[in-house]
Write a protein that binds this ligand. Sequence first.
Ligand SMILES: Cc1cc2nc3c(=O)[nH]c(=O)nc-3n(C[C@H](O)[C@H](O)[C@H](O)COP(=O)(O)OP(=O)(O)OC[C@H]3O[C@@H](n4cnc5c(N)ncnc54)[C@H](O)[C@@H]3O)c2cc1C
Length: 197
Amino acid sequence: MSTEQTRVAVIGGGAAGLTAALFLARAGLQVELYDQDRSILKRARLLNLPGHDELEGRELLDQLRGKIDALEVATHEGKVDDVSVEDGGFRVHSAHGGDTSVSYVVLATGQGTLRLASLPVETTEARQPFVKVNVVTDRWGATSVPGVYACGVVAGWPSQAVVCAGSGANVAIEIASHATGSFWVDHDDTRLAADPE
Ligand SMILES: Cc1cc2nc3c(=O)[nH]c(=O)nc-3n(C[C@H](O)[C@H](O)[C@H](O)COP(=O)(O)OP(=O)(O)OC[C@H]3O[C@@H](n4cnc5c(N)ncnc54)[C@H](O)[C@@H]3O)c2cc1C
């Protein structure tokens, strides 16, 4: 299967999910982003984001949305109600976005309760305050269900925008590496070519 035919559902459009969607789309995968628009970033003023003196969380969300829109990521505003395992992949059920078949699922649902009754991912008690549950993952974000990954606060990462964004990039790199068959690196080759050092 080519990368353009590999469909990935990203559930959650906060720091982690939008960054995962960006990296996946840049790798040439077909991304279906589902989001209820309840990111806690909307309440944050970021004074600790590399590359910025200060940035409103809403601005970060807008910047990331702009980038994924330019890459024609399919976005579905609304809740994912469930994810079921089907032959060779998964079926995402959403009253807002309809039902979609995908090869991979990225859980980036933040600090709330994970209510996906048909998806048997292993979970554990969260260490952080305000966080309801953590999905158990390995260092690449892989969960107990092959093909399902988790990033951001729901995966137990500290609730900091840069950390959660980085964990989204991390799972995207892992999925892109699986889909392309070699380790995926998203670098700007043009400048490397111009500088032999
Ligand atoms: C008041 C406040 C101040 C903060 N200040 C800072 C700061 O100064 N610096 C810093 O680094 N961090 C700060 N943070 C933390 C930062 O906002 C979080 O670490 C970051 O947003 C977590 O990213 P995430 O993607 O894991 O979750 P979120 O950004 O919360 O995104 C989760 C998304 O998943 C969606 N979702 C959940 N379930 C479903 C479903 N079933 N279907 C569809 N969508 C779903 C939600 O609607 C939401 O949009 C602050 C947070 C708060 C609340």
